[in-house]
Ligand binder design. Structure first.
Ligand code: TPP
Length: 346
């Protein structure tokens, strides 16, 4: 199952009404291209037996870059989930740092190579723990928003999850608590209509994730998640509302998952070729490229340059990460709550 339908071009001049500059648009486009190049490389390296497991944000790039751009990077707090590669890159994480994570190398700033790729935290960018457990980062995000409110800090929290994540009890508790206490949170759901192999229709009896917002007393909106400008607009409005002290908003971006759930998944067992072909029609990269060209912000030539630059960054990152040292086994039990008997920990 997916959201396939008519793919409409992005309305002419849309970015101007949103106050987005050409530089900002091109930054978003480049991050989308960089993410795609990283995803493709990581998948190929996995198939060569070099990377243990990878997930891809392919199909989600527009939603992720649009949401990250709408936040105040450097001041706001980010609680992403494992598929948010383009979001991390837009917030500031580099391709090299991501690649170190894919290779589980010691230099990976998110977890030091101790976790799945794209898991861990990055305090420098106010990126909080990206956990493999679906859901619990909801209450954590809300707790951080409560702390910000109590300290009278102007920070807004961006919390991200998939449609499956909204089936977890933690998500509902987080929504409820945030609404009651009017906390500065944007609940951002990247709805690709699949939780591994389980379709959204088997996860919820309502049509949209955003329909659930009303039950908690907060606004909920659904936007076309393959249009980065539409996502930017909705998340910006939600963040401004939160900054004014008016509380949380649920923003649902309808996106497509164009790849299997992870490299360990065989989606041919539950997805027909026709369905996948429909999803591919909603690939956000050609859609945004067409818009940038129509707005005369991109040419065939500059598009080629951006693509070559993205590829070169990924090539360099791959080479760097492959040669980088493995985590030192003697540090295995560092940073744990408890050290197993007879072991050293720090
Ligand atoms: C509490 C918990 N239950 C189950 C899993 C296994 N699991 C990992 S990802 C996933 C699907 C999540 O789907 P969704 O939230 O829609 O995000 P998507 O991967 O589609 O972007 C599941 C069930 C888990 N990691 N944690």
């Amino acid at each position: 199952m997916n959201h396939a339908g008519v793919v409409e071009a992005i309305a002419p001049g849309k970015h101007k009404a949103l106050g987005l500059s050409a530089e900002q648009l091109l930054e978003m486009y480049f991050k989308m291209l960089l993410t795609r190049a990283l995803d493709e490389r990581a998948w190929a390296l996995n198939r060569q037996g070099k990377l243990p497991i990878v997930g891809a944000s392919t199909g989600h790039e527009a939603a992720q870059t649009g949401a990250a751009m709408a936040m105040d990077r450097g001041r706001d707090l980010f609680f992403p989930y494992y598929r948010d590669i383009c979001l991390l890159l837009t917030v500031g994480v580099t391709a090299q740092e991501m690649m170190l994570g894919f290779w589980a190398k010691a230099g990976n700033p998110l977890s030091g190579g101790r976790q799945f790729p794209t898991h861990g935290a990055y305090p420098k960018y106010r990126i909080y723990n990206i956990s493999n457990v679906v859901g619990p980062h909801g209450p954590e995000a809300v707790g951080a928003a409560l702390a910000a409110k109590m300290r009278r800090e102007p920070a807004v929290v961006l919390f991200c999850c998939g449609d499956g994540g909204t089936s977890q009890g933690d998500w509902h508790e987080a929504m409820n608590f945030a609404a009651i206490h009017r906390l500065p949170v944007v609940f951002f759901c990247e709805n690709n209509a699949l939780a591994i192999s389980v379709p959204a229709s088997k996860q919820m009896a309502v049509e949209n994730v955003s329909d659930r917002a009303q039950g908690y007393g907060m606004p909920g909106v659904t936007v076309n998640g393959v249009d980065p400008l539409e996502v930017y607009r909705a998340v910006r409005e939600a963040a401004e509302r939160a900054r004014r002290g008016e509380g949380p908003t649920l923003v649902e971006a309808k996106v497509e998952r164009i790849m299997p759930h992870t490299s360990d998944d065989d989606d041919r067992r539950y997805r027909s070729p026709e369905e996948l072909a429909e999803a591919r029609k909603r690939d956000p990269i050609p859609l945004f490229r067409d818009y940038l060209m129509a707005e005369e912000l991109l040419t065939e030539e500059t598009d080629g340059e951006y693509r070559r630059r993205a590829q070169a960054e990924v090539d360099e990152a791959t080479e760097f990460a492959e040669k980088a040292p493995q985590p030192d086994p003697s540090t295995l039990f560092d940073h744990l709550w408890a050290t197993p008997p007879g072991r050293k920990g720090g």
